[in-house]
Design a protein around this ligand. Structure first.
Ligand code: TYD
Length: 200
């Protein structure tokens, strides 16, 4: 079982991922938590390049680096773990690339879908939680931390990213569960656990 957690910065997906991991462990399940970009030595190095550098980067370079980090994570961690029958929880996955690079950076989404397929070798999430918040809430929640390169991209960029996630959720309702994440953490996690129980 491969479950991904998506949404814009400040939507609370990481907190919710940790709650799901706790819940599954309390049920005696073997759980692996990962984040993208990251999760292997090379992918973490690519993450630094992508997020910490304030230097201007060509959007194609950015896209290919996200996909390169993904190819490593799939090969070194996700494919082996899925063979072991672990439940894999991943903080962001290829929907982020469609939303941020496709909609945010306005790159061709068919090209991105092809690159996603090449990088993953066809592995797809069984279930995706999309934590929906408005741009205002995202900004309020992120206001007291240092912005990384993606987060400094501006309001128009983020409005397009939100539109992208909304569209992805509408296009694949059987995989993507859209959750109203503007509420209290405990209300959001009640919904998430309820959805999860239906599937397990
Ligand atoms: P994020 O996962 O939100 O971590 P943190 O909250 O710890 O900063 O940061 C990753 C950033 O990378 C985020 O701004 C979204 C962006 N991103 C893309 O633009 N494309 C991608 O394919 C992925 C996986 C992430």
């Amino acid at each position: 079982m491969f479950i991904t957690f998506e949404g814009i910065d400040g939507c609370g997906k990481t907190t919710q991922l940790n709650k799901v991991a706790e819940f599954l462990k309390s049920q005696g399940r073997k759980v692996l938590t990962l984040r993208e970009p990251g999760g292997t030595e090379i992918s973490e190095k690519i993450r630094e390049l992508l997020l910490q550098s304030k230097k201007e980067m060509h959007s194609m370079t950015e896209l290919l680096l996200f996909e390169a980090a993904r190819a490593e994570l799939i090969d070194k961690v996700i494919r082996p773990a899925s063979k072991e029958g672990e439940i894999i929880l991943c903080d962001r996955f290829y929907d982020s690339t469609l939303a941020y690079q496709g909609f945010g950076r306005e790159m061709n989404t068919d090209d991105i879908r092809l690159l996603n397929r090449l990088a993953t070798g066809g592995i797809k999430p069984d279930l995706t939680f999309y934590f929906h918040v408005s741009l205002n809430i995202s900004k309020q929640r992120s206001s007291n931390r240092n912005l990384d390169r993606m987060e400094s991209a501006g309001d128009d960029f983020f409005l397009r990213v939100i539109e992208g996630f909304n569209k992805l959720a509408a296009d694949e309702p059987e995989r993507v569960i859209k959750i109203d994440a503007s509420r209290e953490i405990s209300d959001v996690s009640d919904d998430v656990i309820c959805e999860l129980k239906k599937i397990l």
